[in-house]
Design a protein around this ligand. Structure first.
Ligand code: HEC
Length: 441
C-alpha cells in the first residue's frame, strides 16, 4: 500500500504519523478481499460569496418570506435559537449579526460543503437570497412597499398519509448534567406491525419542540440486543451521548423547522415483525426551563416498494479493534479506508441515495466519496468543519450516484487532538469514524 497521498487543497497531516497508522493496519486488512486503507481524498471548499452591493430597494415583502421559511423554524419565540427572526423589528435588533451569519453561510446551519454535491432538503440560502438579505440590511432595513409588518411562519405540512403512529413509552423530563444545557437520551419503542412492511415516509413530532435540538429514529432488526438498558438509572430510557452504535439503520429524523421525510425514487426501509425503534433525542434548554416531552413518530407504510433501501456500513474493521490511534497533541490525525460495495450486492451495480457521517467531539472534518476504477474521485458528502452538534442525518443526494464493480466507497476522518493530553482511539467515550450509505441494487 502506498503512503497516503496528500492532495491539493488538503491541509497536510503529519505524514509519518498517518503512514504509521496505516502500516500497523495492513496485515489485518490484507485478509479482506475488497477492503483497504486508502490514500487521502482532496476536500473541496465552497468559494467565498461575492455579496452584490446595492441593488433595487427591497422591503419586508421581499425578504420576509426568506426569514420565515429558512430561519423562523428555530428563531421563534421559545424556539431553540436565542432570538426570534419573524418580523422586521426582530431582524433589526440583530441586524449586523444576521448579516454576518448569512454572508458567511453560518446560518441556517448546514454541515455539508456545497462544492461536493447537492442534497434534498438542504435549507441553505441561495446566493441570490444571501445578496437580498445583505442589501436590505445595508439599505437600513426599509419596510418597503406593500410590506407585511408582522407574519407567522407558514405551517409545516404533515405526512400525506399516516398509517402508524408510535410515541415514546411515557413522557420524559430532560435532566441535563449540572453545568450543561444538553442531554442525549434514547428510548426503545416496539414495532407493532405483524407483517413485513416498508417505511416510505416519516415524520417526528416532539410534544415540546422548543427543547428538542434534534431527534433520530433507528431501526433495530428482530432479535438485536438493544444498545442501552432502559430505566437502569430510574428514569425512562438511557443516556446515549454517542448516539446509537452498531449496524442499525436510521429511519429518519427531525430538527426544528424540518419537513416530514418522504423517501425519493420509490425507496422504502424494510421493517420485519418484532423489530424495535430506538428513538435518540437531543434535548437542549436555552432558558434552563424544561417540561416533559413525549415525542411521536408517524409513518407511511407500504406492503412492497420498487426499491428496498440497503445500508452499506463504512468503517475499517481494524479501527474497531483499536487500530485508530490518535496521538495526544496531534492537530490532524487522518484515517481513510475503502471498500467495493458490490461485494455486498453480489456484483450488481449500485445506486447511492444517501450518506450519513459520524464522529465524536474531536472530529475535525470528514468525507465520504467514491474512488472510481479508473482512478477518478467523486465526492458524496463532505463535512469541512465537523461539529458534533449537527450529527446524525441521512443526507439524500439530489440525484443518486451510480457505482459499478471496481468502484470503491471511500471514508476518511480527520481528528484534532491538539489540546489533548492523552492519546485517543476507537471507543464510545473516545472517537469514531463511521459512515453509512443508503443504497439500492
Ligand atoms: C435549525 C435551527 C436554525 C435555523 C434554521 C437558523 N438558526 Fe440561527 N441559530 C440557531 C441556534 C441554535 C443558534 C445559537 C447557537 C449557535 O450560534 O449555533 C443560532 C444563532 C444565530 C445567530 C447568532 C450567531 C452568532 O453570532 O452567535 C444569528 C445571527 C442567526 N442564528 C441567524 C439566523 C438566520 C438569519 C437564519 C436564517 C437564514 C437562521 N439563523 C436559521 C439555530 C438556527
Amino acid at each position: 500500500m502506498a503512503a497516503p497521498n496528500v492532495q491539493r487543497g488538503h491541509r497536510a497531516p503529519p505524514a509519518g504519523l498517518v503512514r504509521l497508522a496505516f502500516v500497523s493496519l495492513l496485515p489485518l486488512a490484507a485478509c479482506q478481499l475488497f477492503d483497504s486503507p486508502a490514500p487521502l481524498f482532496p476536500f473541496c471548499s465552497d468559494p467565498p460569496l461575492v455579496v452584490p452591493d446595492g441593488g433595487p430597494p427591497l422591503g419586508w415583502a421581499d425578504v420576509g418570506p426568506i426569514f420565515l421559511t429558512h430561519c423562523a423554524g428555530c428563531h421563534t419565540a421559545g424556539g431553540i435559537a436565542p432570538f426570534p427572526l419573524e418580523s422586521p423589528s426582530d431582524v433589526a435588533a440583530e441586524a449586523l449579526a444576521v448579516r454576518a451569519a448569512v454572508v458567511t453561510r453560518l446560518m441556517p446551519p448546514w454541515p455539508l460543503a456545497h462544492c461536493c454535491e447537492s442534497y434534498l432538503g438542504d435549507p441553505s440560502l441561495s446566493d441570490a437570497q444571501i445578496g437580498e438579505i445583505a442589501s436590505w440590511i445595508d439599505q437600513g432595513l426599509p419596510a418597503g412597499v406593500g410590506s407585511v409588518a408582522e407574519a407567522t411562519p407558514p405551517p409545516i405540512p404533515g405526512l400525506a398519509r399516516v398509517d402508524l403512529t408510535l410515541s415514546m413509552p411515557e413522557p420524559y423530563l430532560p435532566q441535563p448534567q449540572p453545568g450543561s444545557t444538553d442531554e442525549l437520551r434514547c428510548f426503545l419503542v416496539d414495532w407493532p406491525v405483524k407483517t413485513t412492511t416498508y417505511v416510505t415516509a416519516f415524520d417526528v413530532r416532539p410534544s415540546a419542540p422548543s427543547e428538542v435540538h434534534h431527534a433520530r429514529a433507528f431501526l433495530m432488526p428482530p432479535g438485536a440486543a438493544p444498545p442501552g438498558s432502559s430505566g437502569a438509572d430510574g428514569r425512562p430510557g438511557w443516556n446515549c451521548p454517542n448516539g446509537v452504535p452498531g449496524n442499525v439503520g436510521a429511519v429518519g429524523g427531525w430538527r426544528p423547522g424540518a419537513l416530514p421525510e418522504t423517501l425519493p425514487g420509490g425507496l422504502g426501509y424494510r421493517v420485519d415483525p418484532g423489530s424495535q425503534i430506538v428513538l435518540s433525542m437531543h434535548y437542549r434548554s436555552a432558558t434552563g426551563v424544561l417540561v416533559p416531552d413525549q415525542t411521536e413518530m408517524r409513518f407511511t407504510l407500504e406492503p412492497s416498494v420498487a426499491r428496498e433501501a440497503q445500508l452499506v456500513f463504512l468503517a475499517d474493521p481494524n479501527w474497531l479493534r483499536g487500530g485508530m490511534p490518535i496521538p495526544a497533541g496531534d492537530p490532524d490525525a487522518a484515517f481513510a479506508w475503502e471498500t467495493d460495495p458490490t461485494g455486498q450486492s453480489g456484483g450488481k451495480p449500485i445506486s447511492v441515495w444517501a450518506a450519513n457521517l459520524h464522529m465524536h467531539e474531536h472530529g475535525k472534518k470528514m468525507i465520504v466519496g467514491v474512488r472510481r476504477k479508473d482512478g477518478s474521485l467523486d465526492c458524496i458528502a463532505e463535512a469541512p468543519a465537523w461539529s458534533y452538534e449537527q450529527v446524525g442525518e441521512d443526507y439524500f443526494l439530489a440525484t443518486p450516484m451510480q457505482l459499478s464493480p471496481g468502484d470503491k466507497l471511500h471514508i476518511e476522518c480527520h481528528f484534532d487532538n491538539s489540546a489533548g493530553k492523552t492519546a485517543l482511539n476507537w471507543g464510545n467515550d473516545q472517537e469514531m469514524c463511521i459512515g453509512y450509505v443508503t443504497a439500492t441494487w
